[in-house]
Design a protein around this ligand. Structure first.
Ligand code: DNO
Length: 398
C-alpha cells in the first residue's frame, strides 16, 4: 500500500519534512481555502503541488485529494444546481490535468466527523478523541433544543445528559459546541446555535431516501466526467455512522455502500474504506465490508475505535479497539494482488493512519484535532508492521 499522510497545507504545524520522517511518501491534502462550490483552478492545484514538491529530497507527491467538498445545496437538492455540478466537474478535469487522480469526498449533511471531547485523558498524559453519548444528547436536546431530540435518547442517557447540562457552565457549553464543530475541515461553514437551527430547517422534509436520491443525482452528474478523465472518486463513510441532530446519514453501512456503488456502476465511483468511521457502528463488520467492496476501494483510512454499550466510543490505538486490523489489512493486500495480477498500473491502495492520540511532545501543540504528528507516526509504524508481516507471510505485494 502507498503510505500517505494528511497534510492541511502550509499552515499545518506538522510540516512536510516531519512527514518524510514518518516514512510516508504520499500527501493527502485539499485546497481548504477555496469555498465550497468554487472551481479548483489549475493554477491553485499546481501551486499546492509545487509546495509539496519544493524540496525534492523529501520525495513526496500529492496522492489523494481529501476532500473535494460537496456544496450543501447539492445535499439538500435546493436551487439551481447545474452551476455547482459544472464547477465540480471542472475541478475534476483540472485535478486530472495536474495528475491528481484520487478524490475523496463525503455526503454528511451539515457536519463532518463529530466528537464531543477532543482531549480525553489517557494514562500517562496523552489524550484521545471521544464521543460521549450523554454530551451529544445534552447538546441536541438542551442546547439546540431540537424538537423530538429527547425521544431519540434512552432514559438513562437522557438522565445523564440532563445532569451534565444542569452542572455545565457557559464555558463548558461553548466548548462542547466548538468540539462538535471541530470536524469541519475548511475555513468555512462553522455553525453557532442559531446557524445550526437555520441549516437544520433547510433539511426539513429530507429523509434518508431523498438524501440518497440527491447523492445518486450527484453521482450521475459527476461520475461520467471522473471516468472520462481517469479520476477515482471515493466516498468517505459517515462518522459516526448514525443520524445526528435528526439529519439522515446514508453512508453508514454495507447496504448504503451497495446502494451507492450500484447507483452509477463505474470504476470511477468508489469508496474510502474508513475502518474507524465504519467501526463505530455496532453492526458493521469492517473486514467483511472490506472484502465485499474490495474492488471499489480506492483509499483507506486505518484507525480503530472502542465502543461502549450506550453509543459512546473513543479512538483506540490503531491496532487496539473493536476492529480486527490484521483482517482489514489482509483484505486490502489481497485486493492489491488481484489488481496487480490483472495489470492495473494503479494497483497500490493509498492508505493513511487516520487520527492519532496526542502524545509526548505533541501535547499542547497547535495541531489539528486528531492530527498530531507523534500519535499518527505511532499508528503508521504499527500499521506498517502489520502490512509487512501479512505481505511476507501470505506472499502478497506490499
Ligand atoms: C476525519 C476525516 C474526514 C474526512 C472527510 C472526507 O478525520 O477522515 O473528515 O476527511 O469526511 O470527506
Amino acid at each position: 500500500m502507498e503510505q500517505t499522510w494528511r497534510w492541511f497545507g502550509p499552515d499545518d504545524a506538522v510540516q512536510l519534512p516531519h512527514i518524510r520522517q514518518t516514512g510516508a511518501t504520499g500527501i493527502v491534502t485539499a485546497l481548504h481555502h477555496i469555498p465550497y462550490g468554487v472551481v479548483w483552478s489549475v493554477e491553485e492545484i499546481e501551486k499546492r503541488k509545487a509546495e509539496i514538491a519544493a524540496d525534492s529530497s523529501l520525495g513526496l507527491r500529492w496522492s489523494v485529494v481529501e476532500s473535494l467538498p460537496i456544496h450543501e445545496n447539492i445535499k439538500i437538492g435546493e436551487g439551481d444546481l447545474s452551476p455547482l455540478f459544472d464547477n465540480y466537474r471542472q475541478s475534476l478535469r483540472n485535478l486530472a490535468q495536474c495528475g491528481v487522480t484520487t478524490v475523496c469526498y463525503n455526503f454528511m449533511p451539515v457536519v463532518d466527523w463529530t466528537r464531543t471531547e477532543l482531549a480525553y485523558p489517557l494514562p500517562g498524559g496523552g489524550t484521545a478523541l471521544r464521543f460521549n453519548m450523554h454530551e451529544y444528547a445534552a447538546f441536541d436536546c438542551f442546547m439546540l433544543q431540537r424538537p423530538g431530540a429527547e425521544d431519540e435518547q434512552s432514559p438513562e442517557v437522557l438522565a445523564r445528559a440532563k445532569e451534565w447540562y444542569g452542572r455545565s457552565s457557559e464555558a463548558d457549553r461553548n466548548k462542547l459546541l466548538a468540539n462538535i464543530m471541530a470536524g469541519l475541515p475548511g475555513a468555512y461553514d462553522r455553525y453557532d446555535i442559531p446557524g445550526l437551527r437555520a441549516i437544520l430547517a433547510r433539511y426539513e422534509g429530507i429523509n434518508a431516501s431523498s438524501l440518497r436520491e440527491n447523492l445518486a443525482c450527484f453521482l450521475r452528474e459527476v461520475i461520467p466526467t471522473a471516468e472520462e478523465v481517469g479520476i477515482r472518486m471515493c466516498i468517505h463513510p459517515d462518522d459516526p455512522p448514525r443520524s445526528l441532530m435528526g439529519l439522515p446519514r446514508i453512508v453508514s453501512n454495507a447496504d448504503d455502500l451497495a446502494f451507492i456503488l450500484g447507483a452509477v456502476d463505474s470504476p470511477a465511483n468508489g469508496i474510502t474504506l474508513c475502518s474507524g468511521s465504519l467501526g463505530a457502528g455496532p453492526s458493521n463488520d469492517v473486514p467483511a465490508i472490506a472484502k465485499r467492496f474490495a474492488d471499489r476501494i480506492w483509499f483507506a483510512h486505518l484507525r480503530n475505535v472502542a465502543k461502549d454499550p450506550d453509543g459512546s466510543f473513543m479512538e483506540a490505538d490503531h491496532l487496539g479497539g473493536d476492529t480486527d486490523m490484521v483482517a482489514v489489512v489482509s483484505a486490502l493486500l489481497e485486493e492489491q494482488k488481484r489488481r496487480k495480477d490483472s495489470g492495473d498500473p494503479r494497483w497500490r491502495i493509498p492508505m493513511r493512519p487516520d487520527h492519532g492520540h496526542e502524545l509526548l511532545d505533541d501535547v499542547g501543540k497547535p495541531t489539528h484535532p486528531g492530527y498530531p504528528a507523534i500519535g499518527r507516526l505511532k499508528g503508521l509504524a504499527e500499521l506498517r508492521g502489520v502490512m509487512t508481516a501479512v505481505s511476507s507471510l501470505k506472499g502478497l505485494p506490499l
